[in-house]
Write a protein that binds this ligand. Structure first.
Ligand code: 3PG
Ligand code: MG
Length: 402
């Protein structure tokens, strides 16, 4: 059943709309400044459309994991700098509603809002009830708005976050409508199309460190794709599981156990790199390109040049490409060649190209190729979970279209 979108919310003139966004953005560790505003930009079309329809917007998000932060780190997790960045991008003043998440000061700030106004609530996770789907907290948040919009794709898999589940439930109980925003609608449409009607051949590129975290994702992909290209640290897990010598590259036993059942697909659907860039563990400036075995004292840090060329050639012939996980230690400029090369080949490919969020999105942006990719997801964990076929409680809360 299709879900209500913001176009189905009826006349919004003078209405207050609660919009759950995912402004959980990377911050500068020292200053707390917003380091990457892609998730904020992603929500702007929804916010603008609501404002143009005469509504006022109460935006809300979590930021980081304050429950695990030191008091100093926690200071950087207030929404002040995010509100400022949001306002600049939107081209209108955005204020933080109050220093509390809910309470009398917020209620007063919201009561004073006029059509076209935007406020951002304080970091939802400053209230411990947020991550417990607490009904009393949810009722207090829900009371602030006349309608609810979920435009927080990156958080859609969090089933215990009140703002994602208990808040829309409370709006429903009060007879108020709930819809998805334009960003969520687009993310779902792109991924649904990718999984149900991809242009072939369909190629996936998987990187990152852990096979164990992505095992369900890999299994789903293997059913869908024609070829799965492996890169990143998980390369060495596969090589070692297959009896190869990976030198000083550390591979945990649980990773070997996760990769072993997939070895039967290596050489069939799964393709491993033909070469690697390896660096000396105690002096990373000493590198060599290895085909096959990595010597003792060295560890794999990137895919090698022959692999970049082979993967790039395959991407040219693809109908659909889905990429998740950097193929090397790209934060180190000397080891970024593989990830940059794949990003470049994705950008040049005539295929429909999709990048699953998190670090991969960051890499594609850092190398300046994001505008040439068909879709860069704002979801990290949510992207993986949605592809895996998990059913999200957050989306179950959204009203079906009449
Ligand atoms: C994310 O960045 O994955 C989302 O914003 C969810 O954040 P969380 O992993 O801290 O729940
Ligand atoms: Mg997560």
């Amino acid at each position: 059943m299709p879900k209500k979108t913001i176009d189905d919310l009826g006349n919004l003139a003078g209405k207050r709309v609660l919009v759950r966004v995912d402004f959980n953005v990377p911050l500068d560790k020292k200053t707390g400044a917003v380091k990457n505003d892609r998730r904020i930009r992603g929500a702007l079309p929804t916010i603008r459309k609501l404002l143009d329809a005469g509504a006022s917007v109460i935006a809300m998000s979590h930021l980081g994991r304050p429950e695990k932060a030191t008091p100093d780190e926690r200071k950087n997790l207030t929404m002040d700098q995010v509100a400022a960045a949001f306002g600049t991008l939107l081209g209108r003043p955005v204020t933080k509603a109050a220093d509390e998440v809910v309470g009398p000061a917020v209620t007063a700030a919201v009561a004073a809002m006029k059509p076209g106004d935007v406020v951002l609530l304080e970091n939802l996770r400053f209230d411990p009830r947020e991550q417990k789907n607490d009904p009393a907290f949810a009722a207090a948040v829900a009371a602030l708005g006349d309608a609810y919009v979920n435009d927080a794709f990156g958080t859609c898999h969090n089933d215990k976050d009140a703002s994602m589940v208990a808040v829309p439930a409370a709006l429903k109980a009060a007879g108020k409508p709930r819809a998805v925003g334009l960003l969520v609608a687009k993310e779902l449409e792109v991924i649904d199309t990718l999984l149900t009607a991809p242009k072939r051949p369909m190629i996936a590129i998987m990187g990152g460190a852990k096979v164990s975290d992505k095992i369900a994702f890999i299994r789903v992909l293997l059913q869908k794709v024609d070829t799965l290209l492996i890169g990143g640290k998980m390369t060495y897990t596969f090589l070692k599981a297959g009896g190869g010598d990976v030198g000083g590259t550390r591979v945990a036993d649980e990773e070997l156990a996760a990769a072993t059942p997939l070895l039967a697909e290596v050489g069939k659907k799964i393709t491993l790199p033909v070469d690697s860039l390896a660096a000396k563990s105690d002096d990373l400036t000493q590198t060599q390109v290895c085909e096959g075995t990595i010597p003792a004292g060295f560890e794999g840090v990137d895919i090698g040049p022959r692999t970049v060329a082979a993967y790039s050639a395959l991407l040219k012939t693809a109908g659909t490409v889905i990429w998740n996980g950097p193929v090397g230690w790209f934060e180190q400029p000397a080891f970024s060649g593989g990830t940059k090369g794949i990003a470049e080949a994705m950008a040049a490919s005539p295929a429909t190209t999709v990048v699953g969020g998190g670090e991969t999105a960051q890499a594609v942006e850092q190398f300046g190729f994001d505008e040439k990719i068909s879709h860069v997801s704002t979801g990290g964990g949510a992207f993986l979970a949605y592809v895996e076929g998990q059913k999200f409680q957050s989306l179950a809360q959204i009203d079906d279209r009449a």
